[in-house]
Structure formats: structure tokens, C-alpha cells
Design a protein. Structure first.
Lengths: 209, 209
DNA sequence: GTCTATAAGGAGATAGAC
DNA sequence: GTCTATCTCCTTATAGAC
């Protein structure tokens, strides 16, 4: 890269935010890991918040672009009629999960999980995920025509929760090194679970029993 | 209560951990909210970690006991044969979700979500949730006899992720900001989604397309 | 049991040399 | 662009009066 120090800071921040959480990781720890000093992060990113935004721009936005590319391809294959729920889950989850299997890049996937998990209400989140979310809600409605738009939003939310917890939870099969489950298997299990959930019958109007 | 200050500290900590996250909330902010001083928390709980453990004992453990009571009742109703997946999701999620609708107790539900989500060390988590998790894995296998025990663990994990994300980010930007937060409706939608996921066909062995 | 006061160190941010 | 040194505020934790 043109700017090795800047890249080293981004890489170290990514790794530490992903492993320990964003709120629990200090700039000092990141700079020590990056082999640079406190002043460098302020020179390159202005502040801790600026660093976090740079990380999102570098990782979350490309993942969302990939999701929309995959969704475009699905909609091209199903110009009318019902879209398979499996395809929707795959288009949404594969771009975020596919780096988990590579020890060199697994922290990229986990960072995405941390960001979504820890900062669900921020304006930056809406800016980055808003368009993607709206597109996927429309797709979910075409996969499950029996549900309302409100319920499609809720089901997208459930799918995101399932994926994010899988990306970040310490005892997750994808994060616990003692459980040798490979990424492809986890993705297929996630697709089996979440696609059945997306296409499920409508929720009962009140307590059913 | 016998010890108003201790209770006030627990209440304030619960509220602030739930709303802002555990790692992001300082003892100082908690003591200010509780109207007490820094020394009190060390007198009553020894340390920040001790306070967190007291919170877990007060809230997470009773929720798990309630889950197991409900699961016992279900197993009594289905001494042999298949257990409905809806019943399992309801037994697991209702005790954690039921306080969301009450503004006075909503933070109790959210705290449980935060604790599971941030999972500071897996040892305490295993101690508190281990027994409950094993019982529910057995129940999931009786609701979905076609899946392996390993896959039952993964599906329990997915269900937990769906619930926890709902508890902690009920107004996530991935959802319509105007979406309903009526607790009973959310619970029924969660049951519809997760029970379909629990009972879903086996995951594909490899990429299906 | 609860307080004040303070220790001892970590946090993010900045000035200015090179 | 990167460094050292430092500022100011905040953190958990403790000692000791009452």
C-alpha cells in the first residue's frame, strides 16, 4: 500500500475490535499491536470514531455491495413468481461469512458481526445498511408472499441476529477452535435454519395454547 | 428490602448495563444513577466483576429456572413421540422476553440479552447456561428427530442469537423504525421464525448450486 | 453501612520536534 | 508521516473517618 502505517493501524484495529469487542478495546492497545504510537491514529483518522468509520467503509460497505450483486442475480433468475428463501439467506450471509474459514481473514467477518451487534442504533449503521435492508425486505416479501411488510422487516431482523451471533459469540462453532466445523457447513446450517424461518407461516395472532 | 442501597445499586447497574452495554458502562455512571458513591459498590460486591455476577444471579438464573419448569411441563405432556418445536421456542424465549413490554422491567430482559451477547468470559456463562442448554438440546432432538446432536446444538445457538439480538436491538436500523414493539406480537413472530428453523430439513452437505 | 478523599493508572487527544 | 512528551479527564479500587 501507499501508506503502510495507516494500513497497519486498520489491520490491528480490525483484529482487536473483532476479537475483544469495540467498546472493550482501547486505542492504546491497538497502537501497541500495530507497532505505532497514539498520535498516528489521530493524524490518519482524526479520532477513535474516525477509525471505526474507516473500518466500516473498508469492510462493511464492500460486503453490502456483494450482497446486492447476489440479490440482483437472484432477481434476474426469478423475474416473476416466488423467490426461494434459501437464495435470499445465501445472498445475505455468504458475503459476511465466507472469510471465517481463512485464519488470515476471519477477523473481517467477526468485525462485521461486532459492528452490527454493538452499534445497532447509530446513524452510521442506517446509512450503511439501510439500502441493503430495504432491498432484502422486498425480496423476503417475494419469498414469503403470505406475510406483511412489517413481518418481513421482523424476519430480516431475526436473520441478521442469527448471523451476527454466529459471527461473534465466543462459544460459537465457528469461533471455538475446538469445534472443527468448517465455514461451508455453518453457512449451509444457517441457510437451513433461517430460510425455514423466513418462509414460516404467519405468527399466531395471540398466545396459541 | 433489608438493604436499600444494595438494591438501588443493582437496579441502576441493571438499567445502565442493559441500555448501554456492559463494557461501555462505568461504575461511576452507575453510582451516580444510584445516588451512592464509588466505595459502596466495593463494600457490597467487592468489584465491578462481583456486581456483574450478582446481577446474573438475580436475573439470569431465575429465568433459566423458569425455562426448565416450562420444559418439564412440556415433556410431561409429550412423554413419547415428537415435541412441537413451537413449544420449545416458547419455553426458552418467553421467560426472557415477557418483561420487555413493561417499561418498569424492560431492562431486565435487555440485560439478559447484553450478558449473553457480550459474554465476557465463557466460564461464568457455561456455569449459568450449561445445564439449561443441554436440556434444550435434548428437547430439540425430540422436536427434530432427523437432525444430529451436533446440528441440534447449532440450532439452539441460532435460536439464542435470534432472541438475543431481538432483546438488545428491538429498534435496530435494519428494521423499520416504526415497527411495533408489542411484546406478545414479537414473541409470536419469534416463535414462528425459530420453530420453523428448529424443525427445518437437514442442511445441504455442500454448496447446493 | 455510608461517606470523603485519594491513590494509581488508563483513556483519548494534542503540541511540537524531526 | 512519525515520533516523544504531555495534557486533561476518567477509570477501578482503597484507606480511613463517622
Amino acid at each position: 500500500m501507499n501508506d503502510p502505517t495507516k494500513e497497519r493501524i486498520l489491520d490491528a484495529a480490525e483484529r482487536m475490535f473483532a476479537e475483544n469487542g469495540v467498546a472493550a478495546t482501547s486505542l492504546r492497545a491497538i497502537m501497541k499491536e500495530a507497532g505505532a504510537n497514539m498520535a498516528a491514529v489521530h493524524y490518519h483518522f482524526g479520532s477513535r470514531e474516525g477509525l471505526l468509520e474507516a473500518l466500516m467503509a473498508r469492510r462493511a460497505e464492500p460486503v453490502n455491495r456483494r450482497r446486492l450483486e447476489l440479490l440482483d442475480a437472484i432477481e434476474q433468475r426469478h423475474l416473476r413468481g416466488v423467490i426461494p428463501a434459501e437464495d435470499i439467506v445465501r445472498a445475505f450471509c455468504a458475503p459476511a461469512l465466507e472469510m471465517l474459514g481463512d485464519p488470515q481473514r476471519r477477523h473481517v467477518s467477526r468485525l462485521i458481526g461486532r459492528i452490527v451487534m454493538e452499534a445497532p442504533d447509530s446513524a452510521a449503521m442506517t446509512r450503511i445498511f439501510g439500502t441493503t435492508a430495504r432491498r432484502f425486505v422486498s425480496a423476503i416479501q417475494r419469498a414469503a408472499p403470505h406475510i406483511t411488510e412489517d413481518e418481513a422487516w421482523v424476519r430480516l431482523h431475526f436473520m441478521v441476529g442469527t448471523m451476527v451471533f454466529t459471527l461473534t459469540a465466543p462459544r460459537s462453532p465457528v469461533c471455538d477452535p475446538s469445534m472443527s466445523v468448517d465455514t461451508q457447513t455453518v453457512l449451509e446450517q444457517l441457510i437451513a435454519f433461517a430460510s425455514a424461518g423466513l418462509a414460516a407461516p404467519c405468527a399466531a395472532e395471540s398466545g396459541k395454547e
